[in-house]
Design a protein. Structure first.
Length: 350
């Protein structure tokens, strides 16, 4: 009887501890407002309507998802990369960004700030210090004090988000929280998806909105649907006011009309459902820009092997009808330092 009583006490103690952990996680859970002003300027730059812009988007995979990595949440086994590899990835990414300093705006996703998985490196500071652009803006979308999965080796503290780096000084920078979330308590440990809007004044008294987005991944499509409707309402409203819109980032879905059968093996995206954005998602005149030549994302079920690993396109641009677009170019780095590849385009104004 004593042994049974001790066992029951142990079980009760574990249940109480788990309950207290959930209570603590609920209390400290990051609950951002729908709209947060990141920065404002009374002396912004004004971009001429005759100018052109070069823009690059890249999910850098928090510098922890290089070609040798697999990831437990994508069907692999590893939790995080080694400290040496993480630093090597960061250094290589920094070198790439500096070598492309003709780019006017960098839109980066999955940039960590002193997270356990990236050995407490402040990647925002490291990247912006090396690149030395005059303006940079960070919007967190993953703030968890302790991520308890997997139980064998918990991920721990995570602070990650979107980073937009610009040569041009905007008059307003805002974080908009996407609607929808997972049920409690799963929502305590998942990303708080958002998009980051940089508003730049134009010489024709209109505004250019550069939007950095990172949509939901492992949601079965439910959350993405709400996110896309919210984004659609936002950009159509801004366009109706005469403004110019460019959206770019990791959409975690394929662009409209994209057929990736030439290099995509759906079966290897084990926990991730690939789907196309509907062709009629926006009215005629809006332009989706992507490069069909190279994939922008790879599966993380195993280390990368060229010609064998499943790949697809998740990173691309969307432009409003009043923007003249050129083709996008995916810069093929063979997924050396991230599970995504950088994508570049340039725009002019009508």
């Amino acid at each position: 009887m004593k042994l049974l009583r001790y066992f029951l006490y142990l079980v009760l103690g574990l249940v109480v501890m788990f309950g207290l952990f959930l209570l603590f996680s609920t209390i400290v859970d990051y609950k951002p407002e729908e709209r947060i002003i990141i920065a404002e300027s009374s002396m912004p730059d004004t971009l001429s309507i005759d100018d052109s812009l070069c823009i690059l988007t890249w999910n850098i995979g928090y510098c922890g998802l290089g070609k040798e990595m697999d990831f437990f949440y994508d069907g692999g086994k590893k939790i995080k990369d080694s400290k040496k590899s993480t630093h090597n990835n960061l250094n290589a990414i920094n070198k790439f960004l500096v070598s492309n300093d003709t780019v006017d705006l960098f839109l980066l996703q999955e940039v960590d700030v002193k997270s356990k998985r990236t050995y407490r490196i402040n990647e925002v500071a490291e990247i912006t210090d090396v690149l030395a652009y005059p303006n940079h803006f960070f919007a967190p979308n993953f703030k968890v004090l302790f991520l308890p999965v997997p139980p064998s080796e918990p991920v721990g503290l995570v602070n990650s988000g979107l980073l937009t780096i610009s040569k041009i000084k905007p008059f307003l920078v805002e974080r908009f929280d996407f609607p929808g979330s997972y049920p409690w308590p799963k929502n305590l440990f998942m990303l708080d998806r958002c998009f980051l809007v940089v508003s730049i004044a134009l010489s024709n008294n209109k505004n250019l909105l550069i939007i950095n987005t990172h949509n939901s991944a492992f949601d079965g499509g439910t959350l993405k649907k709400h996110e896309m409707e919210y984004l659609k309402d936002f950009i159509e409203n801004e366009y109706s006011n005469g403004n110019y819109i460019l959206v770019a980032g990791d959409w975690n879905q394929n662009p409209p009309g994209f057929d990736g059968s030439s290099f995509n093996k759906n079966s290897e995206y084990q926990n991730f459902e690939l789907a196309n954005i509907p062709a009629d998602f926006l009215p005629n005149g809006w332009t989706w820009i992507y490069d069909k030549t190279y994939p922008s994302n790879r599966s993380l079920s195993a280390p990368y092997k060229h010609g064998e690993t499943a790949t697809t396109i998740l990173d691309f641009f969307l432009c409003s009808p009043n923007i003249k677009t050129s083709s996008a170019r995916t810069i093929n780095l063979n997924f050396e330092n991230s599970d995504h590849q950088p994508v570049l385009t340039s725009i002019k104004f009508k």
